[in-house]
Design a protein around this ligand. Structure first.
Ligand code: ZN
Length: 395
């Protein structure tokens, strides 16, 4: 029985992955301008789903996150009039998890931000944390995703709608470790910007960027993160997140993180500019938890192999070559993987927790730029990279 259920889940996951990949390709085709044009703000919970609540039951997550989202949207509308801001809800209504992601997918959004408040049986844990889609490596992260995913139980037909996904069953989460998320790297960059901005307060504890299997993120076909702004179960956090002033300050941090993401995005994916974009700043370095041990072993082999295979005899003095990065993924893919959409000779470099897959080998950036448009027909977010001594040196 167990096996049968698992097999059914996996089959559903593969189907979902295929349809997601398809819709991602469609969504991306609209978005090759190199600019963030549409952002979806997703205040969690709503209606009969209160989310977590303070002990005195005076304050609920659904109201706090709605207030933060509306304040954030207002700042964005003032400071980024060119960006369309869409809310999954602007009122106190219940929206199913799947519908939240669908709103973002339908609108071909470039960024999805889900806003939540954390809770813990203990009053001690405090601070903010931001999640990207992935498989959890710690029980703490699992607990958070389990709690946030549990809201699907409030939907009438959740067993059919979510293909038998059971938020409480660890085996349901296996699907998350099997699926590639084409937007992992961008999602982690955005999450890093958020956590970096949070350092300016109002909360004092910063719990960093984490990964776990959130259904709402899994279904989106764009970079997406879920931020837990603080703990309603912690007195110090609560004092800040329930006030208008505290919420305004959190909205400010999120707006600044979005601005940084937009600038970073256009410097990486913008078109018509051959100049070398600035190096990623320190906050942009993905700070997600370390890859699993099996990945680490592969990592250590990789750069040396690349060096061994380099045609130049003097590896140390080799000049920078240019190539086109088509994607980044947590997992190592076979060279004939269908993920490469027929491109032959795709190579990879392990860099900052990701396998960066790149295509082509050119002496100059201009030569790489000449075929970039063609590659973008298959990979709309492809961009030029420089490679020196088996390492990515420019982006
Ligand atoms: Zn929540």
């Amino acid at each position: 029985m167990r096996l049968l259920r698992l097999a059914r889940l996996l089959a559903a996951a593969v189907t979902a992955a295929a349809s997601l990949a398809l819709s991602a390709a469609v969504a991306n085709a609209q978005n090759s301008s190199g600019k963030v044009k549409c952002i979806v703000l997703d205040p969690g919970h709503g209606g009969h789903d209160h989310g977590c609540m303070s002990k005195d039951r005076k304050y609920s997550e659904k109201n706090i996150v709605l207030s933060v989202a509306l304040k954030l949207g207002k700042i964005l509308e003032e400071e980024h009039p060119d960006i369309k801001v869409i809310y999954t809800r602007k009122r106190d209504v219940f929206i199913p998890l799947a519908e939240r992601a669908d709103i973002a997918n339908r609108n071909k959004a470039d960024l999805f931000l889900s806003i939540h408040v954390n809770a813990n049986p203990s009053v001690v844990p405090s601070g903010s944390e931001t999640y990207t889609m992935g498989s959890h490596v710690s029980d703490k992260n699992f607990e958070v995703s389990k709690r946030e995913n549990a809201v699907i139980k409030m939907e009438d037909d959740y067993t059919t709608k979510y293909e038998g996904f059971n938020p409480d069953s660890p085996e349901s989460y296996i699907i998350f470790s099997l699926l590639q998320n084409a937007y992992s790297e961008q999602s982690i960059r955005f999450a890093s910007f958020i956590q970096d901005e949070y350092r300016k307060g109002p909360l004092s504890v910063n719990r960093g960027v984490r990964q776990a299997g959130f259904l709402v993120l899994w279904r989106t076909t764009m970079p997406s993160v879920l931020t837990e702004i603080g703990f309603l179960t912690n007195a110090a956090d609560k004092a800040r997140i329930i006030t208008q002033d505290g919420q305004q300050r959190i909205a400010r941090r999120l707006a600044d993180a979005i601005t940084r993401y937009c600038n970073d995005y256009s410097s990486r994916y913008g078109t018509g500019d051959d100049s070398v974009p600035e190096q990623a700043d320190s906050a942009a370095t993905p700070k997600a938890e370390k890859p699993e041990p099996e990945n680490q072993t592969q990592t250590q082999e990789l750069p040396s192999k690349t060096q061994e295979q380099a045609p130049e005899p003097q590896v140390q003095e080799s000049p920078t070559r240019y190539s086109i990065q088509i994607m980044a993924a947590k997992k190592r893919l076979k060279s004939n993987s269908s993920e490469f959409k027929g491109l032959k000779g795709v190579q990879n470099i392990y860099d900052k927790g990701f396998y960066k897959y790149y295509y082509g080998d050119y002496k100059t950036r201009q030569e790489a730029a000449a075929i970039l448009a063609d590659v973008r027909k298959k990979f709309p977010q492809a961009f030029i990279i420089g490679i020196k001594n088996g390492k990515i040196v420019t982006r």
